[in-house]
Design a protein around this ligand. Structure first.
Ligand SMILES: [Fe+2]
Length: 258
């Protein structure tokens, strides 16, 4: 039996919605409780939901008993600080798994390329139910930053770059795409990330906000891209050798979040 997937994502696997133009008080993300959680780059996370309503960023499949990335339990103390962020996550009416704010420190393009990863949103997910995808709302106005997507991790010709100004909204099958953020700011980037269950509710939300599966991509100097490719392969080889020296076979990076 197949998973229930979103028709809106069938074409390219991602859509850019029209901007969220309702202001959100920055205190809603600044005042949350953050925990150190290694992801793509130097990051911390402030969970709004978790496996059991505690302050925890772990995949639900790592808790006991394990479950897939659905039925996140709201964390009362965090929701009290960020009611508007909660309302954004609830807006589609789709099922919610993990929901959290990410804080990402500035990085460079080569870092982002090295950090490309696929998410693991559908571990333990049951065929016949909804496929889990990710919704992003950029909270800070990171006009020079971009979300990078590649269908082939090592092929820059497959790369799409989506701008991350305040209120930009993107829905992506992040298990399908290699992805990471190049954050060019001088202060941290904050974004709301929600695991949504695909189905008619999510489709209606995407349609209501004019989800575009063919948005414009940010252009970059090809020399910058080529240099980052060389640097990515150098870092991967360096890491492989470091692991090899310890007798460890390196696995590709998965289950991280941008
Ligand atoms: Fe991710």
């Amino acid at each position: 039996m197949a998973f229930i997937t979103s028709e809106a994502l069938a074409d390219t696997g991602y859509v850019v919605l029209d901007d969220d133009t309702s202001p959100i008080d920055p205190a809603e993300w600044r005042d949350l409780e953050y925990v150190g959680w290694r992801s793509s780059g130097i990051t911390r996370f402030a969970p709004l939901t978790s496996y059991a309503g505690d302050i925890d960023c772990n995949g639900f499949w790592n808790r006991t008993p394990p479950r897939t990335d659905k039925d996140g339990v709201w964390i009362d103390a965090q929701v009290a600080i960020a009611p508007t962020l909660q309302s954004r996550a609830l807006e589609p009416g789709a099922g919610i798994g993990r929901c959290r704010v990410i804080e990402l420190q500035p990085n460079d393009y080569a870092d982002a390329i090295y950090n490309l990863h696929q998410d693991d949103n559908n571990r333990l997910n049951e065929p016949g139910t909804g496929w889990v995808v990710r919704g992003y709302v950029n909270l800070t106005d990171d006009t020079e930053s971009m979300l990078i997507l590649r269908s082939d991790r090592f092929d820059p010709a497959t790369e799409v770059r989506l701008p991350l100004h305040a209120g930009s909204r993107i829905v992506i099958d992040t298990q399908r795409f290699w992805h990471a953020v190049w954050h060019r700011g001088t202060a941290p980037r904050y974004a709301l990330i929600t695991s949504w269950t695909s189905g008619p509710e999510l489709d209606a939300y995407i349609a209501a906000h004019h989800g575009d599966p063919h948005p414009p991509t940010v252009e970059l100097d090809p020399r910058l891209v080529e240099a980052a490719q060389v640097e990515m392969h150098r870092r991967i080889e360096e890491r492989r050798r470091a692991f090899e020296a310890q007798g460890i076979v390196m696995e590709p990076p998965v289950d991280m979040s941008v």
